[in-house]
Ligand binder design. Structure first.
Ligand code: PRX
Length: 661
């Protein structure tokens, strides 16, 4: 595994505010203090009971956890369950067929709502269509779609027939798509002609065409949703329109139970080395923890709540808290295709007002952007329906947390009226690997602190340990670990089980190493302090420094590259690259623009460095390791730290000189 650095302990002990829930909130709260007690007394018993409460099992399980193959867990292993049946059919059978499952808000303003009955029918048709295209249980389906209902329909149709979906974020490039399709050996790709971006049609299918242009892939069919009607190049051998394949398929399809440990999906995420990791999640345990946390953390009352998670389905948050948990819990949710600033900066608040959203779940980077735009924008909307706010993806700074509470959570109408009790805020810590919330308050129990995720959810055991793996005391910091296996944990890395063990289980004996620094405050509550490895967090998106470095050095101009994440007020971190050139660029060429475009093509626009600095040398230790810490100091405009271990002590002066130029 890669080196870790010790987390910097910001002086978080300044923050002593805590906001207890109102008596009214407590009285109606779903999550109760007894859940912690029950889980502490009998962890596996707690999960077994929860599993039977939140899911309908085709075959009940007899064993809760089998950890004999550690670190690969088996949860509810002899049980059988169908994810799509739990998300759809059972609600229809229970008389909830007319409840709205998804209010879809398209970017140009077109809208569609699906009731549970309609969504069930759509998924049955897609399941039949996929089967008619030769997709069978265990086959992989790559999904490269915008935030449109067909994305959810595709994922659930895969789950229904036991095919394993692998969603690739629509902002990733053709090259990134191809490497994921190849790694997963996908048989089918589901995509769209395009999407809408800031009011303009933007193409998606050309990236699929480009990804599959070279032979040697395993894809047999490409199913194309017509989203914005733009011209597409048609490959007669592969391409089929969704409208001609799915819409005409039979509306009858019986869901059968799959083994609890049957893989549900593979989702690629950036690690500390260049190659993205295909994180494997299986069915039963994942769904149990997804549904239970969605119910408890968000205090879900499915009969009355309107839930809106703003994450894209290309990320794990979209998987768990758009596709699976809300539907398994029979909730009504909003799905939005566009960006927060189009056609105007009040777009989100307009949506909250329109649908009467009660629970909003988003990322700190969005909150900080709204702060920048000014409170007069949300203040002019009626956000009184909101009763709970969630945060995810990166540490939320106390200022952003307080703004979220005071501006969004206190809004009781556009006349400047304030709520008597601002809505609780839940900061949720988890990862692609953990599958569902791990550290989060229970909003009717916890007195919440601005900037802290605080307590492990019932049934989860986390700790903060020092370099040696010893639990630290209150008021101390270290590395976040998870002590016991949990239902929604990853079951491995696709095609590379050694890397799974090495990455997560080798740093500390018998504990899962999350890659995050954390601190326990005086009450023992947990504060997340950011990554301690070579992973950056840009706008809540996970990017690997090594992956971007590999991309840069693959360009003929570049001899060497080092990438760091520099603190950024809005995006959390920004990508900054230092490069040594090996060829002089052509006269008049903007080498920085060329290299940024190259990374955009290689990985995707989100990975483009904010700044690229051409430097004569990189700071290295005598053993040749790049000292990114020093580059981070430069990138963040700080005095450069201890550089005594550098092989050449003049390097940092040279870099500073070239920056001044
Ligand atoms: O560093 C932590 C940060 O995001 C990482 C996981 O990224 P990803 O797998 O893309 O999943 C993001 C959404 C679940 C973590 O290792 N992170 C996530 N949530 C928080 C967070 N850091 C601090 N506070 C959070 N609430």
């Amino acid at each position: 595994m890669s080196d870790t650095h010790t987390p910097t302990l910001d002086n978080l002990s300044h923050e002593t505010r805590a906001f207890a829930p109102s008596a009214e909130f407590v009285a109606n709260a779903i999550g109760k203090p007894e859940q912690y007690e029950a889980a502490n007394a009998d962890r596996l018993g707690y999960w077994a009971e929860t599993a039977r409460k939140v899911l309908t099992w085709d075959t009940d399980f007899t064993e809760v956890l089998d950890w004999s193959g550690a670190p690969v867990a088996k949860w509810f292993a002899d049980g059988k369950v169908n994810a799509a049946y739990n998300a759809l059919d059972r609600h229809v059978e229970n008389g909830l067929g007319d409840r709205v499952a998804i209010h879809f808000e398209g970017e140009p303003g077109d809208t569609r709502s699906y009731t549970y009955s309609q969504l069930t029918t759509a998924v049955k048709q897609a399941a039949n269509a996929f089967e008619s295209l030769g997709v069978a249980k265990g086959d992989r389906v790559a999904v490269y779609l915008p935030m449109i209902p067909e994305a959810v329909i595709t994922m659930l149709a895969c789950a229904r027939i036991g095919a394993i979906h692998s969603v690739v974020f629509g902002g990733f490039s053709a090259d990134a798509l191809r490497s994921r399709v190849d790694d997963a050996e996908a048989k089918l790709v589901v995509t769209a002609d395009g999407t809408w971006r800031r009011g303009k049609p933007s193409a998606l299918k050309p990236a699929v065409d480009e990804a599959l242009a070279a032979p040697g892939h395993t894809v047999q069919n490409v199913l194309v949703v017509k989203r914005n009607g733009q011209d597409v190049t048609w490959n007669e051998k592969l391409d089929k329109w969704w409208s001609e394949t799915v819409d005409s398929a039979s509306t009858e399809h019986t869901a059968v139970g799959h083994e609890s440990e049957h893989p549900l999906f593979v989702l690629y995420t950036s690690g500390t080395t260049g190659k993205p990791k295909g994180i494997i999640h299986t069915t039963g345990g994942y769904l149990v923890q997804a549904a239970a946390t969605h119910r408890d953390t968000f205090d879900l009352h499915p009969e009355t709540d309107v839930f809106w998670c703003t994450a894209d389905i290309g990320w794990v948050t979209g998987h768990t808290y758009v596709t699976y948990a809300p539907l398994v819990n029979g909730a009504t949710q909003v799905m939005y295709e566009g960006t927060p600033d189009s056609p105007h900066q009040g777009r989100w608040w307009e949506i909250v007002e329109k649908y009467g959203v009660t629970i909003l779940y988003t990322a700190p980077t969005a909150i900080r952007t709204f702060m920048k735009w000014g409170r007069q924008i949300p203040d002019s909307y009626d956000l009184s329906s909101l009763r709970l706010l969630g945060s995810v993806g990166e540490p939320i700074n106390p200022e952003a947390w307080m703004w979220y509470r005071e501006v969004i959570g206190s809004n009781n109408g556009p006349n400047g009226e304030k709520k008597e009790h601002p809505t609780p805020i839940v900061d949720t810590w988890w990862q692609t690997e953990t599958g569902a919330h791990m550290i989060a308050p229970l909003p009717g129990v916890t007195a919440t602190k601005p900037g802290s995720a605080q307590t492990p959810v019932p049934g989860i055991t986390v700790d903060v340990v020092d370099e040696m793996g010893v639990s630290v005391g209150n008021g101390e910091g270290g590395f976040l670990v998870i002590r016991d296996p949990w239902p929604a944990m990853l079951r491995g890395i696709w095609g590379d089980m050694d890397r799974y063990k090495e990455t997560y289980w080798s740093r500390f004996e018998g504990m899962y190493f999350a890659g995050d620094g954390a601190k326990k405050d005086e009450d023992g509550d947990i504060w997340l302090l950011g990554r301690v490895d070579d992973v950056m967090n840009v706008s809540g998106h996970r990017l690997s420094t090594t992956e971007i470095e590999s991309s840069l050095v693959a360009h003929p101009y570049v001899a060497e590259a080092a990438v760091v994440g520099a603190k950024d007020e809005t995006t959390g971190e920004a990508v900054v690259a230092f490069v040594i050139l090996q060829i002089e660029p052509a006269e008049g060429e903007d080498v920085v623009a060329t290299l940024r475009a190259h990374v955009g093509k290689d990985i995707g626009p989100i990975a483009k460095p904010r700044h690229i600095l051409v430097v004569p040398e990189l700071p290295k230790t005598r053993s040749g390791k790049i000292m990114r810490r020093l580059l981070k100091d430069v990138a963040e405009g700080r005095e450069v730290g201890d550089s005594t271990t550098l092989a050449d002590s003049t390097v940092m002066t040279q870099i500073a000189d070239s920056m001044r130029k």
